[in-house]
Design a protein around this ligand. Sequence first.
Ligand code: NAI
Length: 397
Amino acid sequence: MGTAITVDAKGKFIVPDDPIIPCIAGDGIGPDIWNAGKPVLDCAVAKAYGGRRRIEWLPVRAGEDCWKETGEFVPEATKEAITKYRVAIKGPLSTPVGKGFRSVNVMLRQMYDLYACVRPVSHIPGVPSPVIHPDDVNMVIFRENTEDLYAGVEWDHDTPEAERVIALIKELGKNVRPHSAIGIKPISEFGSKRLVRMAIQYAIDHKLPNVTLVHKGNIMKFTEGAFRQHGYDVAKEEFAAQTVVEAEAASAPGKLVIKDRIADAMFQEALIRPEQYSVLATPNLNGDYISDALAAQVGGLGLAPGVNMSEKLAFFEATHGTAPSLAGKDRANPGSLILSGALMLEHIGWKEAATRIYKAVNTAIARRAVTEDLAAQMTDARTVGCTEFGEIITKLL
Ligand code: NAI
């Protein structure tokens, strides 16, 4: 039957021993990785708590296959279940081109105001990487999810809307070339502060040494520059006792250091001095780029876990797409979904089960029996299917 996760008066999660967790297998390789990954999560929980705890999965639907059958990308029952149960997990979802919106994923983020995309990035020993010291990367990225150029405030060239905006801009004393397409970049105090607040709280809770605001404020002074300023302000206004700015860090050892970097310099820093960065907080576009770049640095998206979240709801997901060419062939890597599941277990406070999964995935990779995406880049690796990779991890829990 299972029991719903609830929240107390302070907004803290109260997690029963049998929480109901909605799950969306997804499109393309979604069912492959879900069928391989779910037993890993169940077994980790069973072993960590001797059968005292278990997850009551509630399968719900969304995405392209769902749309083909029901005419809806996100049916009402799915919306209700996710709102009610507060924690959910999903495989990748495909969006047919030209259906009037950009992506089902973006739709879900907007629907639930999941304002932070959180991606921990670290290297699993043995995973092939393009850099010499991938093990120096140990960062958690907090990307703002609702604003910036991704907010969808844009108009195609030569539309009446674009022409009106161009005329207004001219009236306000600025110039935009005629026939231009227009995209607007909103960055608000509210949106910036709540994202940086979450990043700082995470760093404090996990005893991490620094939070870096990644922005392009040297050029976009009123948008990216504002993000930087709001970030410093929220640190000062709400976390004065626990934080210090970089310039004063030497005189306040042990405090959480708040620093900032220009986005392009941050890409360089991530390669040259990654060990100096633990939490990154960024506006939407920078965050999109740096998340994938860092994932590539430690061996690619196939193993990268992630979650889109707010205080009210956390939606864990495999960070890659539906890989249509591998769908239904038992060849995909279920690692990203499994590690996202481990992240979910940590989020609900079941750390012992999560630790078992991290250790088992590490051991499985060290033993070099891996899916083809990893095997292709390793020497002496044995290629196993999606299901077998899951089974190997399960045996190691
Ligand atoms: P993709 O991530 O599906 O594929 C990129 C490459 O990585 C392909 O070569 C693919 O075979 C490989 N790959 C991805 N995941 C893998 C895995 N678990 N194991 C082994 N190889 C893997 O990205 P693409 O091709 O740009 O998008 C395909 C579809 O996925 C599109 O419809 C897109 O909208 C959707 N998509 C959904 C996302 C989500 O639900 N979060 C994220 C990105 C794309």
